[in-house]
Design a protein around this ligand. Structure first.
Ligand code: F6R
Length: 609
């Protein structure tokens, strides 16, 4: 969850590192710090709260160096205080480290270092042990000291290290936490995520597990676990540098909501040949493979899981293969039926969510074929999968996921259509119809975005309710979960999603005149049943905002307000239905004065269990 940035060049390292940290703000943080070798000593500066607090402390232009490592921390071990913030130094600050991840045996190491070597710890963090271990082993060769220290450490980590006696280099090491190197002309950088590098370079090396990397301004040397050098191919990252900027929007979330027509178009068109066949040339899934699968597991967390809920129904309908879906933290600990006839689909925006990654590894060990749907190129989940289907959403900065979700849905349709057409479970007419429906989505999303003011007005009217329920049937029930999550995570209003047909089995007891119900009724064959469900809650005094396709006006009789989405096939309605729910959540949070891009208690990338 923390952000790491390091820079080795000829001058002005401070500015580059702080700029990089700002681009990682979306990961969430509560404190920040920077270390620079200045006049033979490592100067460590830290500040609690926003990055600007750290910037103020290091604003003197004289206080700069050619090399720096920086960190934004999200507290896990120890409170968010200055002392607990990174970088951490050893006893005399001749070594400084920044760390992302968890050192599982830190208690044991702390005790050993304190008893055997009289080391006094300053912070409550697990990370500080790393600085002391390296300090203990250091005898003029930082690379050797880091390798020795790593042998003592158990857990997940990306660590960047500098030594006062070798002020022209950074050593970094990774195990189960993301780490990338940005290669430049006369400088090199290290970071926990690509957006931190984009302003300075697009040429990156993805560092693999158990690899160590030595950076000077003119060289990048990667070593494997045994200490042999690794010949890693440099990758060019396509993301635009301003893709991680807010442009003219007040919040990244709003900008990302508005990017949906273009990212949906890109994700779709990138996978279509001129004759409209689906292009999966980088995905080695043959007809025999597809016919061999007898079950599919979709595993993900949060919003990505909600995309999977829709994916399950779509893939079952099109490919006629049973699909089970589970949240990764549950999947990992139950007895699942995985073998070499299982297709395991992991969905993840960041590609670093630890629970999803662990579930993937477990399924892979047991013989499943792994297909991941990922946004962050070269992330851990992408690298560890047999095949990757990238969502071309670009960097998603707001903690609340929007454009990643809709592009994940596009991937679900393409996977379903590809499997169905390859197996022969859908005919050409249906395939062509679905493709034309998918292609019409960007323009239809655009039309919904033009209704932003109307949805904003609804949010101004309805943001007082303490409880909001999202109900729907079929695909709408999947979208209800996502609408509910969006609202609760950014506005802190208690919301709850439930399949509409389940209401009468208990939850309807909660309905009264103070309840707001957002009722999704986009599925033609379930429309009348949904209208009956709306009548049931209306009879208990609840206020209703209905959501239906244009032309389906029956719902007006039973709803206080209705939001319409353009006409479309039922299958693709989730892509349209979620847009008003995202906008509604955004404006409710704005009305309530919430910190929209960085909601309390949340971080963008959850790399701990
Ligand atoms: C909610 C949200 C989270 C993520 C979840 C999985 O808006 O963003 O629920 O969807 O933490 O993250 P990824 O997709 O990165 O695996």
């Amino acid at each position: 969850m923390c952000g790491i940035v390091g820079y080795v060049g000829s001058s002005h390292a401070k500015e580059k590192v702080i700029d990089g940290l700002r681009r990682l703000e979306y990961r969430g943080y509560d404190s920040a710090g920077i270390a620079m070798p200045i006049q033979g000593r490592i100067q460590i500066t830290k500040a609690v709260g926003e990055l600007k607090n750290l910037e103020a402390k290091v604003s003197d232009p004289e206080f700069d160096a050619a090399v720096a490592i920086g960190h934004t921390r999200w507290a896990t071990h120890g409170k968010p205080t200055e002392v607990n913030a990174h970088p951490h130094g050893n006893m005399d600050n001749s070594i400084a480290i920044v760390h992302n991840g968890i050192i599982e045996n830190y208690q044991e190491l702390r005790e050993w270092l304190a008893v055997e070597y009289g080391i006094v710890f300053k912070s409550e963090t697990d990370s500080e042990v790393i600085a002391h271990l390296i300090g203990l082993y250091y005898d003029g060769d930082l690379l050797a000291a880091v390798n020795k220290a790593v042998a003592d450490m158990r857990g997940a980590y990306a660590v960047a290290v500098m030594a006062a006696d070798e002020p022209d280099k950074i050593i970094a090491v990774r195990k189960d936490a993301p780490l990338v190197v940005g290669a430049g002309n006369g400088f090199n950088m290290i970071a926990s995520d690509v957006p931190a590098l984009l302003k300075y370079t697009r040429d990156v090396y993805f560092i693999e597990n158990n690899e160590t990397v030595e950076l000077t301004k003119d060289s990048v040397v990667i070593y494997d676990e045994k200490g042999s050098t690794v010949d890693r191919e440099i990758k060019s990252v396509e993301w635009k540098a301003d893709a991680a900027d807010k442009a003219d929007y007040d919040h990244f979330m709003l900008k990302e909501i508005h990017e949906q027509p273009s990212v949906i178009r890109e994700t779709l068109l990138n996978r279509l040949n001129p004759d409209d066949s689906i292009k999966l040339d980088d995905i080695s899934m043959t007809k025999e493979d597809i016919e061999n699968f007898n079950k599919i597991y979709i595993v993900a967390c949060g919003t990505a899981y909600h995309a999977g809920l829709v994916g399950k129904m779509v893939i079952e309908k099109m490919a006629k293969i049973p699909v089970e879906i589970d949240v990764a933290s549950e999947f990992r600990y139950r007895d699942t039926f995985i073998d070499d006839r299982t297709l395991f689909i992991a969905i993840s925006q960041s590609g670093e969510t630890l629970d999803t990654l662990a579930a993937l590894r477990d399924a892979k060990d047991r013989g499943a074929r792994i297909l991941s749907v990922v946004n962050a190129v070269g992330s851990s989940i992408a690298r560890e999968s047999h095949d990757v289907f990238y969502t071309l959403a670009g960097p998603e900065v707001a903690v609340a996921s929007t454009k990643a979700y809709t592009t994940q849905l596009i991937c679900m349709y393409l996977i379903g259509l590809y499997m169905g057409s390859t197996k022969g479970t859908i005919d050409k007419e249906y395939y062509d119809f679905m493709l034309s429906e998918l292609k019409s989505l960007p323009a239809k999303v655009e039309r919904i975005l033009q209704d932003e003011e109307k949805i904003k007005a609804l949010a101004e009217r309805y943001h007082f309710n303490e409880h909001v329920f999202f109900i729907g049937r079929g695909l709408d029930s999947g979208v209800s979960y996502e609408g509910s999550l969006k609202l609760k995570e950014i506005s802190y209003i208690h919301s709850f999603a439930i399949a509409a047909g389940e209401l009468k089995h208990g939850t309807i007891a909660l309905m009264d005149k103070d309840t707001l119900v957002i009722a999704l009724a986009t599925q033609d064959k379930l429309y009348e049943k949904m209208v009956s469900n709306i009548v049931e809650v209306q009879a208990r005094g609840a206020h209703i905002i209905g959501l239906a396709k244009e032309g389906k006006t029956e719902i007006e009789k039973t709803s206080d307000e209705v939001i319409y989405i353009p006409k479309c096939a039922d299958e693709v309605a989730p892509v349209l239905a979620v847009i008003p729910l995202q906008i509604y959540a955004y404006y409710v949070a704005l009305e309530k004065g919430c910190n929209i891009d960085k909601p309390k208690n949340l971080a963008k990338s959850v790399t701990v269990e």
